[in-house]
Design a protein around this ligand. Sequence first.
Ligand SMILES: [Cu+2]
Length: 158
Amino acid sequence: MSRALPVALASLVLAACTPGGPAKHGDAATAVQVADALCRPTPVGRQTTGCYLTLTAAADDRLMSVASPVAGRAQVHESRMESNMMMMHQVEGGLPLPAGQAVELKPGGNHIMLLAVAEPLKAGDTVALTLTFASAPPVEVTATVGQPALTDYGHASH
Ligand SMILES: [Cu+2]
């Protein structure tokens, strides 16, 4: 029975690689590109803040979780208007990243929320973020701390 195993494995590998023709399997082809990572300074007396960035996945993927050494917890949030109030919710099941499409996390929209931030973040600081995806390998980015250039759409209240 043991002799059957290598054959079965080989056919699995072939099955996984053959559809769609030749494809690169290296990190460069599968890694999610991250641009413009920015975290807001923590408001005085608060231990929470928002981070924004742009993600481009090579293949359909999902942003599953975020971690940072400066925060006790980090969550992926979406913003929704409910009864004329901007409400934030944790994204369930990961944030969809369609292949080749730049997905912007920005003020007033989807964003990363840092919670239980131990030390106040001020402009010019940097924040390490580790992004975990459903398929692609994890990506570590360094976000700059500063105010977003875009006009805020009501997210400044927290
Ligand atoms: Cu939030």
